[in-house]
Ligand binder design. Structure first.
Ligand code: KIV
Ligand code: ZN
Length: 396
Protein backbone atom coordinates (compact mmCIF):
# COMPACT_ATOMS: atom_id res chain seq x y z
CA UNK A 1 0.00 0.00 0.00
CA UNK A 2 1.36 3.43 -0.97
CA UNK A 3 2.17 5.56 2.08
CA UNK A 4 1.78 9.30 1.56
CA UNK A 5 3.33 12.12 3.53
CA UNK A 6 1.11 13.94 5.99
CA UNK A 7 2.23 17.45 6.96
CA UNK A 8 1.83 18.18 10.66
CA UNK A 9 1.18 21.88 11.28
CA UNK A 10 1.40 22.64 14.98
CA UNK A 11 -0.60 25.64 16.15
CA UNK A 12 -0.14 25.22 19.91
CA UNK A 13 1.63 28.59 20.13
CA UNK A 14 -1.08 30.40 18.18
CA UNK A 15 -4.60 28.86 18.31
CA UNK A 16 -3.66 27.03 21.53
CA UNK A 17 -2.01 29.94 23.26
CA UNK A 18 -4.87 32.32 22.49
CA UNK A 19 -7.35 30.30 24.58
CA UNK A 20 -8.15 31.26 28.18
CA UNK A 21 -5.65 29.97 30.75
CA UNK A 22 -3.02 28.99 28.18
CA UNK A 23 -1.15 32.24 27.64
CA UNK A 24 2.65 32.07 27.89
CA UNK A 25 5.34 34.72 28.10
CA UNK A 26 8.03 35.01 25.43
CA UNK A 27 10.55 32.89 27.31
CA UNK A 28 7.99 30.15 27.84
CA UNK A 29 6.94 30.22 24.18
CA UNK A 30 10.53 29.82 23.10
CA UNK A 31 11.03 26.86 25.46
CA UNK A 32 7.93 25.18 24.10
CA UNK A 33 8.92 25.95 20.49
CA UNK A 34 12.26 24.16 21.06
CA UNK A 35 10.45 21.09 22.35
CA UNK A 36 7.89 21.15 19.50
CA UNK A 37 10.81 21.32 17.04
CA UNK A 38 12.43 18.36 18.83
CA UNK A 39 9.13 16.53 18.42
CA UNK A 40 9.65 16.79 14.66
CA UNK A 41 6.58 18.67 13.39
CA UNK A 42 6.78 20.13 9.87
CA UNK A 43 5.45 23.60 10.66
CA UNK A 44 5.28 25.62 13.88
CA UNK A 45 2.76 28.44 13.88
CA UNK A 46 4.53 30.71 16.33
CA UNK A 47 1.90 33.42 16.82
CA UNK A 48 -0.21 36.25 15.47
CA UNK A 49 2.25 39.17 15.32
CA UNK A 50 -0.32 41.96 14.88
CA UNK A 51 -2.07 40.88 18.10
CA UNK A 52 0.57 42.46 20.36
CA UNK A 53 4.20 43.53 20.51
CA UNK A 54 4.90 40.53 22.72
CA UNK A 55 3.44 38.17 20.13
CA UNK A 56 5.50 39.78 17.36
CA UNK A 57 8.64 39.53 19.53
CA UNK A 58 7.99 35.85 20.31
CA UNK A 59 7.52 35.05 16.61
CA UNK A 60 10.79 36.83 15.85
CA UNK A 61 12.69 34.89 18.52
CA UNK A 62 11.28 31.59 17.25
CA UNK A 63 12.21 32.63 13.69
CA UNK A 64 15.76 33.45 14.83
CA UNK A 65 16.38 30.25 16.75
CA UNK A 66 14.26 27.36 15.51
CA UNK A 67 15.76 25.26 12.74
CA UNK A 68 14.06 22.28 11.14
CA UNK A 69 10.37 23.12 11.00
CA UNK A 70 9.02 25.95 8.85
CA UNK A 71 8.05 28.87 11.09
CA UNK A 72 4.60 30.33 10.33
CA UNK A 73 2.83 33.48 11.49
CA UNK A 74 -0.85 34.36 11.23
CA UNK A 75 -2.18 37.51 9.56
CA UNK A 76 -5.62 38.67 8.50
CA UNK A 77 -5.92 39.60 4.81
CA UNK A 78 -4.94 43.21 5.42
CA UNK A 79 -1.75 45.16 4.75
CA UNK A 80 -0.75 45.93 8.36
CA UNK A 81 -1.15 42.34 9.54
CA UNK A 82 0.80 40.90 6.62
CA UNK A 83 3.58 43.45 6.94
CA UNK A 84 3.95 42.69 10.67
CA UNK A 85 3.95 38.92 10.03
CA UNK A 86 6.49 39.23 7.20
CA UNK A 87 8.83 41.36 9.33
CA UNK A 88 8.57 39.10 12.38
CA UNK A 89 9.41 36.04 10.29
CA UNK A 90 12.40 37.78 8.67
CA UNK A 91 15.19 35.73 10.34
CA UNK A 92 13.61 32.32 9.63
CA UNK A 93 15.38 30.31 6.90
CA UNK A 94 12.00 28.78 6.00
CA UNK A 95 8.95 30.90 6.74
CA UNK A 96 5.25 30.79 5.96
CA UNK A 97 2.70 33.58 6.09
CA UNK A 98 -0.70 32.21 7.00
CA UNK A 99 -3.30 34.71 5.93
CA UNK A 100 -7.04 34.35 6.46
CA UNK A 101 -10.44 35.91 6.01
CA UNK A 102 -13.90 34.64 6.87
CA UNK A 103 -16.01 33.37 3.96
CA UNK A 104 -19.39 32.41 5.44
CA UNK A 105 -22.22 34.88 4.83
CA UNK A 106 -22.80 34.97 8.58
CA UNK A 107 -19.26 36.22 9.22
CA UNK A 108 -19.15 38.48 6.16
CA UNK A 109 -22.45 40.19 6.90
CA UNK A 110 -22.58 40.21 10.70
CA UNK A 111 -18.92 40.34 11.76
CA UNK A 112 -16.83 41.88 8.95
CA UNK A 113 -19.74 43.79 7.36
CA UNK A 114 -18.27 43.44 3.89
CA UNK A 115 -19.63 42.08 0.62
CA UNK A 116 -18.50 38.91 -1.12
CA UNK A 117 -16.72 41.07 -3.72
CA UNK A 118 -14.83 42.88 -0.95
CA UNK A 119 -13.82 39.50 0.41
CA UNK A 120 -12.49 38.33 -2.97
CA UNK A 121 -10.51 41.55 -3.36
CA UNK A 122 -9.00 41.18 0.13
CA UNK A 123 -7.92 37.61 -0.74
CA UNK A 124 -6.15 38.72 -3.93
CA UNK A 125 -4.46 41.65 -2.20
CA UNK A 126 -3.52 39.73 0.94
CA UNK A 127 -2.05 36.68 -0.78
CA UNK A 128 -0.19 38.82 -3.31
CA UNK A 129 1.31 40.94 -0.55
CA UNK A 130 2.28 37.84 1.46
CA UNK A 131 4.05 36.37 -1.59
CA UNK A 132 6.26 39.46 -1.53
CA UNK A 133 7.78 38.11 1.74
CA UNK A 134 7.88 34.36 1.09
CA UNK A 135 7.03 31.75 -1.54
CA UNK A 136 5.25 29.71 1.13
CA UNK A 137 1.81 31.27 1.64
CA UNK A 138 -1.12 29.55 3.29
CA UNK A 139 -4.61 30.89 2.83
CA UNK A 140 -7.41 30.03 5.28
CA UNK A 141 -11.12 30.58 4.70
CA UNK A 142 -12.40 31.10 8.24
CA UNK A 143 -15.74 29.36 8.91
CA UNK A 144 -15.23 27.50 5.62
CA UNK A 145 -17.50 24.60 6.55
CA UNK A 146 -20.48 26.96 7.00
CA UNK A 147 -19.78 28.88 3.80
CA UNK A 148 -21.73 28.72 0.56
CA UNK A 149 -19.72 26.16 -1.42
CA UNK A 150 -19.78 27.86 -4.87
CA UNK A 151 -18.61 31.11 -3.25
CA UNK A 152 -15.98 29.28 -1.19
CA UNK A 153 -14.66 27.68 -4.39
CA UNK A 154 -14.41 31.12 -5.97
CA UNK A 155 -12.43 32.33 -2.94
CA UNK A 156 -10.10 29.33 -3.08
CA UNK A 157 -9.50 29.80 -6.83
CA UNK A 158 -8.74 33.46 -6.19
CA UNK A 159 -6.22 32.56 -3.47
CA UNK A 160 -4.53 30.00 -5.71
CA UNK A 161 -4.39 32.45 -8.62
CA UNK A 162 -2.73 35.02 -6.34
CA UNK A 163 -0.06 32.51 -5.28
CA UNK A 164 -1.28 30.57 -2.22
CA UNK A 165 0.48 27.21 -1.94
CA UNK A 166 -1.60 25.73 0.90
CA UNK A 167 -5.37 26.04 1.21
CA UNK A 168 -6.72 25.54 4.72
CA UNK A 169 -10.49 25.08 5.15
CA UNK A 170 -11.22 25.32 8.88
CA UNK A 171 -14.19 23.89 10.67
CA UNK A 172 -13.92 26.99 12.84
CA UNK A 173 -16.84 26.22 15.12
CA UNK A 174 -16.50 22.43 15.20
CA UNK A 175 -19.83 21.94 13.43
CA UNK A 176 -19.09 19.05 11.05
CA UNK A 177 -19.36 15.30 11.32
CA UNK A 178 -16.70 13.07 9.70
CA UNK A 179 -18.94 12.17 6.73
CA UNK A 180 -19.73 15.83 6.10
CA UNK A 181 -16.13 16.97 6.19
CA UNK A 182 -15.03 14.25 3.77
CA UNK A 183 -17.80 15.27 1.34
CA UNK A 184 -16.99 18.94 1.86
CA UNK A 185 -13.30 18.63 0.95
CA UNK A 186 -14.13 16.26 -1.90
CA UNK A 187 -16.59 18.77 -3.39
CA UNK A 188 -14.26 21.76 -3.10
CA UNK A 189 -11.22 19.93 -4.45
CA UNK A 190 -13.22 18.61 -7.42
CA UNK A 191 -14.63 22.04 -8.30
CA UNK A 192 -11.61 24.31 -7.89
CA UNK A 193 -9.28 25.02 -10.82
CA UNK A 194 -5.67 24.45 -9.76
CA UNK A 195 -6.58 22.23 -6.77
CA UNK A 196 -3.97 19.62 -7.72
CA UNK A 197 -1.15 22.15 -7.49
CA UNK A 198 -1.71 23.07 -3.82
CA UNK A 199 -1.83 21.26 -0.50
CA UNK A 200 -5.26 21.14 1.15
CA UNK A 201 -5.31 21.40 4.93
CA UNK A 202 -7.85 20.65 7.68
CA UNK A 203 -8.13 22.74 10.85
CA UNK A 204 -10.89 21.26 13.01
CA UNK A 205 -12.23 22.54 16.31
CA UNK A 206 -13.56 20.19 18.95
CA UNK A 207 -16.93 21.70 19.94
CA UNK A 208 -18.66 18.35 19.36
CA UNK A 209 -15.63 16.27 20.35
CA UNK A 210 -15.09 15.35 16.67
CA UNK A 211 -11.96 17.32 15.78
CA UNK A 212 -9.64 14.32 15.48
CA UNK A 213 -12.24 12.15 13.69
CA UNK A 214 -12.98 15.01 11.29
CA UNK A 215 -9.30 15.66 10.57
CA UNK A 216 -8.72 11.97 9.80
CA UNK A 217 -11.86 11.83 7.63
CA UNK A 218 -10.58 14.82 5.63
CA UNK A 219 -7.54 12.72 4.63
CA UNK A 220 -9.84 10.45 2.65
CA UNK A 221 -10.77 13.46 0.48
CA UNK A 222 -7.17 14.30 -0.36
CA UNK A 223 -6.20 16.60 2.53
CA UNK A 224 -2.47 16.26 3.25
CA UNK A 225 -1.91 18.78 6.04
CA UNK A 226 -3.53 18.67 9.47
CA UNK A 227 -3.45 21.61 11.85
CA UNK A 228 -3.41 20.48 15.45
CA UNK A 229 -2.16 21.28 18.95
CA UNK A 230 -0.45 19.54 21.84
CA UNK A 231 -3.04 18.26 24.33
CA UNK A 232 -5.71 19.50 21.88
CA UNK A 233 -5.68 22.99 23.38
CA UNK A 234 -7.24 25.88 21.43
CA UNK A 235 -10.22 28.20 21.18
CA UNK A 236 -13.24 27.01 23.25
CA UNK A 237 -13.20 23.17 23.27
CA UNK A 238 -9.84 23.20 21.51
CA UNK A 239 -8.31 21.93 18.28
CA UNK A 240 -7.55 18.43 17.03
CA UNK A 241 -5.00 16.85 19.32
CA UNK A 242 -1.61 16.33 17.67
CA UNK A 243 -0.74 13.26 19.73
CA UNK A 244 -4.02 11.54 18.83
CA UNK A 245 -3.66 12.25 15.10
CA UNK A 246 -0.07 11.04 14.98
CA UNK A 247 -0.62 7.91 17.05
CA UNK A 248 -3.74 6.99 15.03
CA UNK A 249 -1.56 6.90 11.90
CA UNK A 250 1.10 4.81 13.71
CA UNK A 251 -1.31 2.33 15.27
CA UNK A 252 -3.57 1.88 12.22
CA UNK A 253 -1.31 2.13 9.13
CA UNK A 254 -3.57 -0.21 7.16
CA UNK A 255 -6.47 2.26 7.56
CA UNK A 256 -4.40 5.47 7.70
CA UNK A 257 -1.42 4.99 5.37
CA UNK A 258 0.22 8.37 6.07
CA UNK A 259 3.75 9.04 7.22
CA UNK A 260 4.66 11.89 9.57
CA UNK A 261 8.13 12.93 10.76
CA UNK A 262 7.00 13.15 14.40
CA UNK A 263 9.25 11.46 17.01
CA UNK A 264 6.51 9.88 19.04
CA UNK A 265 8.80 9.21 22.02
CA UNK A 266 8.74 12.99 22.59
CA UNK A 267 4.93 13.21 22.82
CA UNK A 268 4.50 12.88 26.57
CA UNK A 269 7.51 15.11 27.32
CA UNK A 270 5.98 17.83 25.09
CA UNK A 271 2.55 17.45 26.67
CA UNK A 272 4.01 17.72 30.18
CA UNK A 273 6.10 20.76 29.31
CA UNK A 274 3.00 22.55 27.99
CA UNK A 275 1.09 21.62 31.11
CA UNK A 276 3.95 22.81 33.36
CA UNK A 277 4.34 26.14 31.52
CA UNK A 278 0.63 26.95 31.52
CA UNK A 279 -0.15 25.35 34.89
CA UNK A 280 -3.11 23.67 33.20
CA UNK A 281 -3.32 19.96 34.06
CA UNK A 282 -4.06 17.39 31.38
CA UNK A 283 -7.26 15.43 31.97
CA UNK A 284 -6.21 12.08 33.57
CA UNK A 285 -7.96 9.93 30.96
CA UNK A 286 -6.78 12.01 27.97
CA UNK A 287 -5.79 9.65 25.13
CA UNK A 288 -2.03 9.10 24.69
CA UNK A 289 -0.78 11.67 27.22
CA UNK A 290 -3.17 11.54 30.20
CA UNK A 291 -1.70 10.00 33.36
CA UNK A 292 -4.17 7.08 33.13
CA UNK A 293 -3.61 6.43 29.41
CA UNK A 294 -1.40 3.42 30.23
CA UNK A 295 -2.45 2.76 33.84
CA UNK A 296 -4.26 -0.46 34.69
CA UNK A 297 -6.17 -0.87 37.95
CA UNK A 298 -8.85 -3.54 37.48
CA UNK A 299 -7.59 -6.94 38.67
CA UNK A 300 -8.53 -8.72 35.42
CA UNK A 301 -6.71 -6.08 33.35
CA UNK A 302 -3.63 -6.15 35.58
CA UNK A 303 -3.47 -9.92 35.34
CA UNK A 304 -3.72 -9.70 31.54
CA UNK A 305 -1.05 -7.00 31.26
CA UNK A 306 1.35 -8.95 33.47
CA UNK A 307 0.93 -12.00 31.24
CA UNK A 308 0.98 -10.13 27.90
CA UNK A 309 0.70 -6.36 27.60
CA UNK A 310 -1.11 -6.59 24.29
CA UNK A 311 -4.21 -7.85 26.11
CA UNK A 312 -5.04 -4.29 27.16
CA UNK A 313 -2.51 -2.03 25.37
CA UNK A 314 -2.86 -1.17 21.66
CA UNK A 315 0.41 0.75 21.62
CA UNK A 316 3.59 0.51 23.62
CA UNK A 317 3.77 3.18 26.32
CA UNK A 318 7.49 3.61 25.65
CA UNK A 319 6.64 4.59 22.03
CA UNK A 320 5.06 7.78 23.35
CA UNK A 321 7.68 8.30 26.06
CA UNK A 322 6.14 6.78 29.21
CA UNK A 323 6.07 3.53 31.11
CA UNK A 324 2.99 1.44 31.67
CA UNK A 325 1.86 1.31 35.31
CA UNK A 326 -0.18 -1.06 37.35
CA UNK A 327 -2.07 1.19 39.73
CA UNK A 328 -2.72 -0.42 43.07
CA UNK A 329 -6.26 0.42 44.03
CA UNK A 330 -9.30 -1.34 45.42
CA UNK A 331 -9.88 -3.18 42.10
CA UNK A 332 -6.39 -4.68 41.96
CA UNK A 333 -5.76 -8.41 42.15
CA UNK A 334 -3.11 -10.55 43.88
CA UNK A 335 -1.01 -10.78 40.71
CA UNK A 336 -0.57 -7.04 40.55
CA UNK A 337 0.26 -6.79 44.25
CA UNK A 338 2.85 -9.54 43.94
CA UNK A 339 4.33 -7.90 40.80
CA UNK A 340 4.60 -4.50 42.49
CA UNK A 341 6.31 -6.10 45.49
CA UNK A 342 8.78 -7.85 43.17
CA UNK A 343 9.49 -4.59 41.35
CA UNK A 344 10.21 -3.02 44.73
CA UNK A 345 12.63 -5.86 45.57
CA UNK A 346 10.40 -7.94 47.90
CA UNK A 347 10.13 -11.63 47.03
CA UNK A 348 7.08 -12.72 49.02
CA UNK A 349 5.92 -16.22 49.85
CA UNK A 350 2.30 -17.21 49.27
CA UNK A 351 1.18 -16.32 52.81
CA UNK A 352 2.88 -12.94 52.68
CA UNK A 353 1.27 -12.13 49.32
CA UNK A 354 -2.09 -12.96 50.82
CA UNK A 355 -1.59 -10.71 53.89
CA UNK A 356 -0.07 -7.85 51.89
CA UNK A 357 -2.87 -8.10 49.32
CA UNK A 358 -5.57 -7.81 52.03
CA UNK A 359 -3.86 -4.82 53.60
CA UNK A 360 -3.40 -3.10 50.20
CA UNK A 361 -7.11 -3.48 49.40
CA UNK A 362 -8.09 -2.23 52.89
CA UNK A 363 -5.85 0.81 52.47
CA UNK A 364 -7.17 1.45 48.93
CA UNK A 365 -10.67 1.62 50.41
CA UNK A 366 -9.51 4.53 52.58
CA UNK A 367 -7.33 6.37 50.05
CA UNK A 368 -7.61 6.60 46.24
CA UNK A 369 -4.47 4.70 45.31
CA UNK A 370 -1.67 2.90 47.07
CA UNK A 371 1.83 4.24 46.41
CA UNK A 372 5.18 2.43 46.51
CA UNK A 373 5.92 3.80 50.00
CA UNK A 374 2.62 2.37 51.28
CA UNK A 375 3.42 -1.03 49.81
CA UNK A 376 6.90 -1.08 51.39
CA UNK A 377 5.41 -0.16 54.79
CA UNK A 378 2.77 -2.89 54.50
CA UNK A 379 5.40 -5.51 53.58
CA UNK A 380 7.59 -4.54 56.58
CA UNK A 381 4.59 -4.65 58.90
CA UNK A 382 3.44 -8.05 57.60
CA UNK A 383 6.98 -9.43 57.95
CA UNK A 384 7.44 -7.95 61.42
CA UNK A 385 4.22 -9.59 62.59
CA UNK A 386 5.29 -12.90 61.01
CA UNK A 387 8.70 -12.71 62.77
CA UNK A 388 7.33 -11.78 66.21
CA UNK A 389 7.44 -14.26 69.13
CA UNK A 390 3.65 -14.04 69.31
CA UNK A 391 3.45 -15.20 65.70
CA UNK A 392 5.82 -18.07 66.58
CA UNK A 393 3.56 -19.08 69.49
CA UNK A 394 0.56 -18.81 67.20
CA UNK A 395 2.30 -21.01 64.64
CA UNK A 396 3.29 -23.64 67.24
O1 KIV B 1 -10.37 28.29 13.53
C1 KIV B 1 -10.04 29.04 12.59
O2 KIV B 1 -10.79 29.32 11.66
C2 KIV B 1 -8.68 29.60 12.66
C3 KIV B 1 -8.18 30.31 11.45
C4 KIV B 1 -7.63 31.63 11.80
C5 KIV B 1 -7.17 29.46 10.75
O3 KIV B 1 -7.99 29.43 13.64
ZN1 ZN C 1 -8.79 27.75 14.89
Amino acid sequence: MAVENLIIFDTTLRDGEQSPGFSMNTKEKLRLARQIAALGVDIIEAGFPIASDDDAHAVRLVAEEIRGPVVAALARCNPADIERAGESLGPAPRSRIHTFIATSDLHLERKLRISRDDCLQAVTDGVTQARGYTDDVEFSAEDATRSDIPFLCQVVETAIAAGATTINLPDTVGYCTPEEIEEFFGEVRAAVAGADGVVFSAHCHDDLGLAVANSLAALRAGVRQIECTINGIGERAGNASLEEIVMATRVKPERLPYATQVRTTELVRTSRLLSELTEEPVQANKAIVGRNAFAHEAGIHQDGVIKDRRTYEIMKPEDVGVESTLVLGKHSGRHAVRKRCEDLGFALNRFEVDRVYREVIALADRQKSVEDGDVAAIVSRVRAVADSPAADRGAA
